[in-house]
Design a protein around this ligand. Sequence first.
Ligand SMILES: Nc1ncnc2c1ncn2[C@@H]1O[C@H](COP(=O)(O)OP(=O)(O)OP(=O)(O)O)[C@@H](O)[C@H]1O
Length: 672
Amino acid sequence: MEHVAQHRSSEPQTIVRDTTTTITINESENKNGNQINLKIDELYIQEKNSSFTSSNGASNDSVSLAWRNLSYAVTNPKTKQKTNLVHEASGVVKPGEVMAIMGPSGAGKSTLLDVLAGRKNPKLTTGEIYLNGKPGQVKYVSTYVMQEDALMGVLTVRENIQFAADLCFPSSYSKAERKARVQAIITELGLDRVADSKIGTVFVRGVSGGEKRRASIATQVLTLPKIIFLDEPTSGLDAAASYNVMKAIVQMARNYKLTVVASIHQPSTETYSLFDKLCILGRGRTLYMGKREKAIDYFKTLGHVVPAYSNPADHFLYLINSDFMTDRTQAEEHITQFSDSFENSDVNKLLQEEINTLIEQHKETGTRIISSSTTHRYQHSFLQQTMILVRRSFLNAMRNLLVFWVRIILYVALGLLIGTTYWQIGYNQANITERLSSEYFSVAFLSFMSIAGIPGFLEERLVFQRERGNGFYSVGPFVLANTIISIPFLFIISGSFTAVTYSAVGLHNDGKNAILFIVYMFLCLNVAEAMVCFIASIIPIFIASLAITAFANGFWMVFAGYLVRPPNISKGWKWAHYIDYQKYSFETILYNDLKGLNFNCERLNDTSSDRMYNCFYGDKSGRSATFTGEDVLNELGYTNIRPALWTVILIAMAIIYRLAFFAVLRLRKNHS
Ligand SMILES: Nc1ncnc2c1ncn2[C@@H]1O[C@H](COP(=O)(O)OP(=O)(O)OP(=O)(O)O)[C@@H](O)[C@H]1O
């Protein structure tokens, strides 16, 4: 095989190779003006030659994974009893091999996968993990593909992968090179046909489940990490889709000598036949670890012949399943028998020898894969990470019905409702209550409606979690991008709401006051939005965060100072009033409207008295025909409103919620 790879130089380049598929990128797309014809392994070779390091900082040499006497034990806090979720496991997976961890539900598949991937608490882990025969840190050479598809539904397959590529490849890669890499992985995972189709949302029918899973995998293996861990990559897929997903993974492992470990629940016969190795677990114990094609013979030596025409995977799982044994001791013995048999088997002896040989072979040679630094290096600066995320969030918001358009429509509809309900309330004292109500409901309803942003936020958060886990960017750029993107969006909402409400109600008829109304609505929504992000980051479960945000907004509505006026709020709840963002929003809007307005008192027709007017507010002598907006504020107890200070408080509250949102994500990251 011939590889010529030098497209990073300024000279025109030719890439000659013996594969059938090449990807042609338009000349104009290459910043050097050169045509690029690449396939994924060509890029891989180039990276190797140019000391490419993956996003995790690892070199591109193949890496074997071995583990010996690996246990993971948890202690029951009540009984103080220790339980081994993984017990004395050993195994080897070599470059180009795919190993499936199989076992019934609760067997410890995910736990073993997580322990191998370095995602579990190291204090609870004992045993050794070797990379190329030397103890090493797996996370620097691996990627972990989560079970959930973390993609943006309104973006196409290509766009999702492209944004991941923009984030995980250094800026030294030209746009055309990144595009070539994206196209290569699309081809590699058999996604060409649907590359420009949207992933799909509740509103838009998108690609199939299997295609979505492959797209999700593509976003996570772009850098060709040397070891790939996949948590149930076929869960929720039918047999054909599962086979296609696994086939694509196996193909990649073979082509690029990647070491792949996947937990699999119940593979079909076809999918099962794709694996090179099997690790069968039962109650955390190893019941078989070795070559897939030797498993049938091994179980035969134990007296368990796989019936003709049956799926070996099904048969093994059926054999070892003790879940429905009512006697716990009997169930335990059942598993112990299998694990003891394996421990004393020739297969295990060969496995131990293989691990020993691997360690011996690399004793004198090879370098230890371990990070020299505890701090992670990202491919882009903080600012660049933020800008890429802003671009993606913008595209997502513009296309996402739920994030943008539905919310705009809802806010405008709410504006119309308030505008028509309080239509031209005028300047008579009888309508003061309605005037205040229209302002209170503007604040309260719009704040409440911020819950509509939860689904979109949770989708983005899932993508963030995956990308953060893969070291694409840090928490700061995500929070900052989320904040930046919300600003124009909230201004548009505030502006369109004001456009349909302000004049319809007949609020303070002055351009300056109308603009200030938009600003105050914006400040209010800005806090509401930040609070939503904070709550949804603490509880990233749709129904739960919806309920808690609704409760929080209901709570703030009570203490905003309209349903109960400030002087009448009981002492015990005063604190709530002072930390209530709706109070500051409502009061600034109220002040902005009432200050400088005059209202008409009721004219009395009683000629026998010198009282000509009945005024609810202001001068009650009966001689004044009007009262001022300030009179209303004073008499209702809205004293000491300081718009400038309230504005600062609202900005500070938004910043505090955003910082809390940042802290939650940081803590969760550290925790995981
Ligand atoms: N932190 C923990 N503390 C106590 N028990 C735990 C903990 N984590 C997992 N377990 C238990 O360990 C066992 C193995 O869990 P694990 O998720 O690894 O199983 P699994 O084989 O992946 O199951 P499934 O196929 O259902 O996902 C289960 O019985 C689970 O309840």
